[in-house]
Design a protein around this ligand. Structure first.
Ligand SMILES: *Cc1c(COP(=O)(O)O)cnc(C)c1O
Length: 364
């Protein structure tokens, strides 16, 4: 498939943020976006990198009514020499194709999409923020665009990708571990459902729990399993890790947990460092008792947006269970630094995780 490039006027370039400025997550976008369309008759076509623009859809488009929508979140980082590298793009695109299959949506050609996203990044390379720990966040999205209210799978789809310059969570996350609310009323996912794919509906369904977490003075929800309400699954929109007796532990991927690419990176880095690692069921009792006895040495969340987010306390009913002294643990901090260095090509570990974005020739 051909990829057309339509450049935005040079005036649309946004000024890079000053060093003192913080970038609120996902509020600014680069001047270009990538789009392509699918129809059952023609497959994917009309692939374009083009100026960022509003999209117009018929109000009866299926995405608005029945939620046939999937997305990804991935990042591109600047290496010390200024070149831009996507972090594990093929893993993100493969996961999007798994989401697509589950939601009766068309798969994309992974190498074409990688090429398209690289072209988009190359054109907007000047938008890479120069702040420490910052990056470009990519949001590939696919929506059902067929019109009409009959419940069915769409036969037309729009794929688009936005790029947002984002700041680093490094310092703020490291210096301020978050409090997590244990939610015993709502559940995120059941086996056989869609908890293991990135579909927007999962997020809509989590908003009320997030409000309850805020009301309890917390920033995220600790999700328990839907059957027994006994085992820990995820934390907000992140995978969750614990350190018990010097062993790094995370719940296994049994169909209700999103297979985070950061989760996988953390596990592989930990093994590379010679740490003991276990993927096993972890009960809430083990976490709360461990916080009390000190057997639980650390807890943290992992995800593309935040990287590693240390957890300082779990709020369960009226009780606050502080982890360690409430401060960041050494394994979380070392993992955060190591992962960040790998993503930026500041060390030679896991070079296969980085895909260099080639410079795009300037117009004229
Ligand atoms: C995206 C997501 C994660 C993190 O996945 P990464 O690939 O590490 O960004 C974890 N849990 C849920 C529910 C998610 O949607």
């Amino acid at each position: 498939m051909r990829l057309d490039v339509i450049r935005a006027p040079d005036t649309s370039r946004t000024a890079p943020p000053a060093a003192s400025e913080t970038l609120e997550f996902g509020r600014r976008f680069t001047p270009h976006m990538f789009t392509m369309c699918f129809s059952a008759a023609d497959g994917w076509s009309a692939a374009r990198v083009e100026p960022y623009h509003a999209i117009s859809l018929d109000p009866s488009a299926l995405v608005f009514h029945y939620g046939q929508e999937i997305f990804e979140g991935m990042k591109a980082y600047a290496a010390p020499d200024g070149s831009i590298h996507l972090f594990r793009p093929d893993d993100h695109i493969a996961r999007m194709n798994r989401s697509a299959r589950r939601m009766c949506m068309p798969e994309v050609d992974a190498s074409f999409v990688r090429h398209a996203l690289s072209t988009l990044l190359a054109i907007d390379a000047a938008e890479m923020p120069q702040l420490p720990a910052s990056s470009l966040y990519l949001r590939p999205t696919m929506i059902a665009t067929s019109v009409g209210l009959g419940v069915r799978s769409s036969d037309q789809f729009l794929f688009f990708c936005l790029v947002s310059p984002v700041g680093g969570y490094f310092d703020s996350a490291a210096s301020s571990p978050v409090a997590i609310h244990v939610n015993e009323g709502h559940v995120r996912a059941v086996r056989g459902g869609v908890g293991d794919i990135k579909v927007g509906g999962n997020y809509a369904a989590s908003l009320l729990a997030a409000e309850e977490a805020r009301a309890a003075g917390c920033v995220q929800t600790l999700w328990l399993d839907a059957i027994e309400h006994k085992y820990v699954e995820e934390v907000g929109t992140m995978n969750v890790f614990f350190v018990f007796d010097d062993v790094l532990v995370t719940p296994p991927l049994t169909g209700t947990i999103l297979a985070g690419i950061t989760r996988d990176s953390v596990l592989r880095i930990a093994l590379h460092e010679g740490r003991r690692v276990e993927e096993r069921a972890i009960s809430l009792a083990e976490v709360l008792d461990g916080a009390k006895s000190g057997r639980l040495q650390e807890a943290f969340g992992s995800g593309t947006a935040v990287g590693i987010s240390p957890i300082g306390a779990f709020v369960h009913r009226a009780d606050r269970h502080v982890v360690r002294d409430g401060g960041s643990g050494p394994i979380a901090l070392s993992m955060l630094r190591l992962l960040s260095a790998i993503q930026r090509g500041e060390n030679s570990l896991f070079p296969e995780w980085r895909t260099r974005v080639d410079a795009y020739p300037r117009a004229g």
